[in-house]
Design a protein around this ligand. Sequence first.
Ligand code: PEP
Length: 255
Amino acid sequence: MRKRMIAGNWKMNKTFSEAVVLAEGLARELEGGTGDVDVVVAPPTINLKGVAEVIEKEEAPFALSAQNAYWQESGAYTGETAPNMLEAVGATHCIIGHSERRDYFGETDEDINKKAKALMAHGIVPISCCGESLDIREAGTHVAFVVDQIKKDTAGLEITDPSKYVIAYEPIWAIGTGKTATADDAQEVCGAIRATLVEIFGDETAAGIRILYGGSANPSNIAGFLEKEDVDGALVGGASLKADGFADMVRSAMA
Ligand code: PEP
């Protein structure tokens, strides 16, 4: 049985003090607990420690995620952050392969695969993103495109605990645009991802890997996605920047 996950990607938003205020607000909203839903927040790297301190002080029921990491352990990689550095500040999860990183920073599936391996070696759960552009969607090749991303992103991964590897299907045309995929669109691709995971890792492992939907998910539309068989939660961008709305999304997943 897969536990649902609601993850908030704060992207490049919030200064240190603003991030602390948002985390404190979310801790208050969720002080009654999150039931059987895993909740994760991903602030900018420089704010990880501040949010980690809020989580500890408030005993907040959410986990801490980075938005990116490099695959090397240390060295001359200016501007990068190694998995052990994330671990040291209390990050337990890390988003990798977000379409903004692929598009603006040239990340490839090979990079994403190396990042997943490096993170998993440190016990950090990758939240590995995939998804097609509008051109690919309109050409009708979106399922094949995403399946190919999944094969490359997971190549050679050893998944002993399927709850420790998470996939986020995020159609690029729906990210931050206000255009959402329909729940059936999401299920079509998430179902194909699950079938691919069965081919690669076998039934049992594939059945334990969470697949999140992301792309303009919000408190009003999340319930429809969560009804779908292969959608196990959401990766939320814009709507994760308000504690009350994000907490509402968590509550929808608890229902
Ligand atoms: C995201 O960037 O991961 C995302 C899903 O953004 P939004 O919810 O704002 O579309």
